[in-house]
Every structure is written in C-alpha cells, then in structure tokens.
Design a protein around this ligand. Structure first.
Ligand SMILES: [Zn+2]
Length: 250
C-alpha cells in the first residue's frame, strides 16, 4: 500500500491511499477537485471512496465534484452527518473501515473531528488535530479534549507517520522553538524546511518519534517545557492549555 500526498488550495493536503495488489484507492479529505482528479488520472487509479475528517469547507468542498467525476462513495462521522456532504456510509470512532483504517475520535479543533489510523501503513491521518510541529486551533472543543486527543495519538508506535491537513510546519516550528525542543532535532528541521519549500516537497509525514522531540503539545509533561510556558511545576494539561493560548496570541 502506498500514500500519495496532494497539495491543494493555499496550504491544504489531501491524501490517496492505494493498494497496488487490489487496485483499491481511498481519498482522505477533499479540499480541491482539480489536483486530486489530476493525480488519479496520472496514476490511472479508480477512486473507490472518500473519508472525511471534519466538516470545515477546506476539507469537504470538492466532495460533490469528485463524486460526480469518479462515482466514489462518501464516508463520514455519523455525529457530524448533518453538516457533511450527503454520506453513503456513516462511521463512529472505534470502527475499522475498508482498507484497514481505524477511526479515532479526535475532538478539539471541531467536536466531530476524527483521525484515520492505518496500522499496516504506520500512518495517522490527523487533519487539523495533531499537526506537523503543532496542533489545530480550538474552534469548538476544549483544550482538555485536544489534550486527550493528542495523548491518544501519542500511544501509537513511535514510527507512525503523522499526515496532517495543512502545511503549517514552518510557522509551527518557529513557535515550537520557544518551548525547549530537542536542540539537534530542531537544527535538522530548521535546515530541512527551506529545502523542502524550495523543491516544492511536502512538509507533512514526520514521525511521532520526531514530533516527541519538537512538538510542544507532546512535551507538556517536561519541566523545561512548563518553565518555557511560564508555568514551572504546573500539570501537563495546564501547560498544554497555556501553550495553545499563547499560539492564538502569537
Ligand atoms: Zn479545519
């Protein structure tokens, strides 16, 4: 099985998961039809289905056009069905979907947000929850919910790749640098990101192992991170809440 990363709109990522043995192909999120349809045509793949992470326009707007062009079936969270495009299949956290995706509850950015974990691919499609070197803004959920979401993800194997919904890596890394990240991991990534930008390569797909060194939201239990947030001695949730608020005001 392989993953194709597709740049959409200004800074969104959509993903194709393709099984070469069966020809089965799934799209994760539908920000923009043209680049997604172009990639399918280029590869000669037939799209079987679309999995939706959450209801924001920049993740669902292209669903009707892609369905019209491909006949793909639409899958989304039952809890959010009222604000998603018409669903052919509704799922709930805990379900396992075709292709081997496990649906993980991921509230915080929105209340109905889900993530898709493919154990066989060692991949977590986290959209706007856990992101490269950061996490999504809290539009609907609480810091406590996002904290629990990220803690749930952090229990996955260290080599799991985090494939998020946006290319915010550069801004997130600049912010993460304030919170005592691992110095050598920071230096490597600071050198790498400009090269990725120059070569128009994706910034998404870092491992949990690397995020544990850089991403402040995975490091709230560390005394040096609490101190950097101005909350020496505070509990991890308080540190998490403070860092997320500091990001909103950054
Ligand atoms: Zn969103």
């Amino acid at each position: 099985m392989t993953i194709e990363i597709i740049r959409c709109l200004q800074d969104n990522y959509a993903y194709l998961v393709h099984d070469a043995a069966t020809g089965d192909t799934t799209l994760i999120d539908a920000p923009e039809a043209a680049p997604i349809l172009a990639r399918l045509a280029e590869r000669g793949w037939r799209l079987a289905r679309i999995y939706i992470t959450h209801h924001h326009n920049d993740h669902i707007d292209a669903v009707p056009e892609i369905v019209a062009a491909t006949g793909a079936k639409v899958w989304g969270a039952k809890a959010d069905a009222h604000r998603l495009p018409p669903l052919d299949h509704a799922f709930a956290p805990g379900d396992t979907l075709p292709g081997g995706a496990e649906v993980l509850d991921a509230p915080g950015h929105t209340l109905g947000h889900v993530a898709f974990h493919y154990p066989a691919l060692k991949a977590l499609f986290s959209a706007d929850s856990l992101m490269t070197h950061g996490c999504g803004r809290l539009f609907e959920g609480t810091a406590e919910q996002m904290f629990a979401t990220i803690a749930r993800f952090n229990a996955l194997p260290a080599e799991t790749r985090v494939l998020s919904g946006h290319d915010y890596a550069r801004a997130n890394l600049a912010f993460a640098a304030r919170y005592a990240p691992d110095a050598s991991a920071l230096a490597v990534r600071q050198a790498d990101l400009p090269r990725l930008a120059q070569e128009a390569l994706p910034t998404t797909g870092t491992t949990l192992e690397s995020e544990r060194l850089l991403n402040p939201y995975l490091r709230c239990h560390l005394p040096e991170v609490a101190a950097a947030a101005g909350l020496a001695g505070a509990d991890p949730l308080s540190v998490f809440t403070a860092i997320r608020r500091q990001k909103d005001n950054a």
